[in-house]
Ligand binder design. Structure first.
Ligand SMILES: Nc1ncnc2c1ncn2[C@@H]1O[C@H](COP(=O)(O)OP(=O)(O)O)[C@@H](O)[C@H]1O
Ligand SMILES: [Mg+2]
Length: 314
């Protein structure tokens, strides 16, 4: 991966986060997550860039880098997960803000799970889910052996994995959603969630902290919930026709591995009710953030420092 740091700094100084398409160097958007946006710039077409919310001081950045590093090594060592290579860059921008970018090799769109899902056959589905189940089984065992004091969290959604191109066989998937490291040591989450609350308007911070944060983070440490979340996303991806198929692949796997992984089979009704609540949480959050951006940029004519995801269809 070839990252030109001067160019990155130049991009940052000409970036219009509120309206990225009006920046000096126009980024190509590779994908929207719930929190951040991944993009590339023309001079570095092979690199995927993720811009973090501004940090307050150097210590926060050191802690963040350590959390990402520990998290990715645990994923690899404990769960055997292939994790995408990454590098972290931090510098002060023109506004004297301490900015962090996470760079990764740009993975081919056609290999990313949700793109495969769009046209997936039952066989493709089986391949993708079985590969993820192997990893999740090891994660489950680790979390249970440590009675959740030491715990690894993971967002298993297909949009976070790159699968070997069809034809190359059974290559294990590569996990790349590492900018929100979910690692608990002695029961304490290593990620400083306050940084992420920064991208949230001040009138919402109390609401997010109180209602969403614990629940959202806990969900990723619980394999059964990770799987419900994975399957419920098939609605968002327009493949609800594959939901029952996915459930039987998962439930069969768990049944076969019942000495390693022990939880009740997933039910269709759980997927449906979860999807309704999850879609609600994130669309409400995004709607309120867009409102905040509007107030800041259009009414108060202030700088708005976050790249918000575009419209997500639900
Ligand atoms: N290294 C990469 N190469 C190509 N596309 C990527 C890469 N990383 C992320 N993306 C795209 O951006 C989307 C969001 O990135 P992700 O790392 O999952 O962040 P989030 O935490 O916002 O979900 C992905 O689903 C994918 O479509
Ligand atoms: Mg993601």
């Amino acid at each position: 991966m070839d990252v030109n740091e001067n160019l990155l700094a130049e991009f940052e100084d000409m970036l219009n986060p509120a309206f990225p398409e009006k920046s000096g160097i126009i980024p190509e958007i590779l994908g929207y997550g719930e929190i951040s946006t991944t993009f590339s710039i023309p001079a570095m077409p092979d690199v995927a860039l993720k811009r973090m919310p501004p940090f307050e001081n150097a210590d926060q950045i050191i802690a963040y880098k350590k959390a990402v590093c520990d998290y990715t090594s645990q994923l690899a060592e404990v769960c055997g997960i292939r994790v995408a290579e990454y590098a972290v860059y931090d510098f002060f921008n023109r506004q004297n803000e301490h900015i962090v970018y996470v760079a990764q090799p740009r993975l081919e769109t056609a290999t990313i799970g949700n793109h495969i899902l769009a046209a997936a056959s039952r066989k493709d589905l089986e391949k993708m889910i079985s590969a993820i189940m192997e990893y999740l089984c090891r994660l489950y065992q680790f979390n249970h052996q440590n009675s959740h004091q030491a715990s690894i969290g993971l967002d298993g959604q297909l949009s976070n994995w790159s699968f070997g191109l069809s034809g190359t066989g059974n290559a294990s998937p590569v996990y790349f959603d590492i900018t929100t490291p979910l690692l608990r040591v002695d029961g304490t989450e290593q990620l400083d969630t306050e940084i992420f609350l920064k991208s949230c308007p001040s009138f919402l911070v109390w609401l997010v902290r109180w209602q969403f944060l614990d629940e959202v983070l806990n969900r990723y440490h619980d394999v059964r919930m990770v799987l419900i979340d994975l399957v419920a996303n098939f609605y968002k991806e327009g493949r609800q026709d594959l939901i029952n198929g996915a459930l039987s692949i998962i439930n069969d796997f768990v049944e076969n591995e019942k000495y390693a992984m022990d939880f009740p089979p997933l039910k269709r009704a759980e997927i449906d009710s979860y999807y309704k609540s999850d879609a609600f949480i994130w669309s409400l959050f995004l709607m309120l953030r867009r409102f905040d951006r509007f107030v800041k940029t259009k009414i108060f004519m202030q700088r708005y420092n976050f790249i918000l995801p575009g419209a997500i269809t639900r």
